[in-house]
Design a binder for this molecule. Structure first.
Ligand SMILES: [Mg+2]
Ligand SMILES: [Zn+2]
Length: 188
């Protein structure tokens, strides 16, 4: 099994909405992102979405709507010949002190356990919290400039400095796929 690739959802796969994606209609894929996710999975990488959705815990978004959006996202990627191995979601508010709200590691830990993923891999996100999560879980991190990325990029500190920056998920996917080719070239 190739290294898993963890993707944040809002701001990476779909346009970020400051006050939460509250309806299926408000879920707008970023151009090229679904194709990029599909390309990673067809190349053999398990692709897992890890997303904070505290709008649920705040009572602003129905959990069923989030599930519906995640199902649509999976279906759209499947239609492109790809596959998501899992979508892991934290529904809690920050004050609930759960162990799954990024940068806590619960979502990555659960997916590794449930899907039997090998250690290591990549994490693509648009926020400092994603980069921190990646650091804590031993993933190579890529900060994209879509969504909140351009603003968040300036807020990265020693605990959250990304390994790479990319314009969008399409560029991040090319980087990941290219890194594998380079690695293979070195070992042969
Ligand atoms: Mg995000
Ligand atoms: Zn949580």
């Amino acid at each position: 099994m190739l290294e898993p690739v963890f993707l944040d959802r809002d701001g990476v796969i779909n346009e970020n909405v400051p006050a939460y994606v509250r309806s299926v209609d408000a879920w707008i894929p970023i151009p090229g992102s679904l194709e990029a996710a599909a390309s990673l999975s067809t190349a053999g990488h398990p692709v897992i979405v890890v997303t904070n959705q505290s709008g649920i815990g705040r009572g602003l978004v129905e959990a069923s709507v989030v599930e519906e959006i995640n199902a649509l996202m999976s279906e759209r990627i499947r239609a492109l010949g790809g596959r998501l191995s899992g979508v892991y979601c934290c529904p809690h508010r920050p004050d609930e002190g759960c162990s799954c709200r990024k940068p806590a590691t619960g979502l990555v830990d659960a997916s590794r356990r449930e899907l039997g993923l090998p250690p290591g891999g990549w994490l693509v996100g648009d926020a400092v919290s994603d980069m921190e999560l990646g650091r804590r879980t031993g993933l190579t991190t890529i900060l994209v400039m879509t969504g909140r990325g351009a603003v968040q990029s300036r807020l990265c500190g020693p605990e959250s400095e990304p390994d790479f920056r990319a314009g969008d998920l399409a560029e991040a996917a090319r980087l990941i796929l290219g890194a594998r080719r380079t690695a293979c070239g070195r070992t042969r």
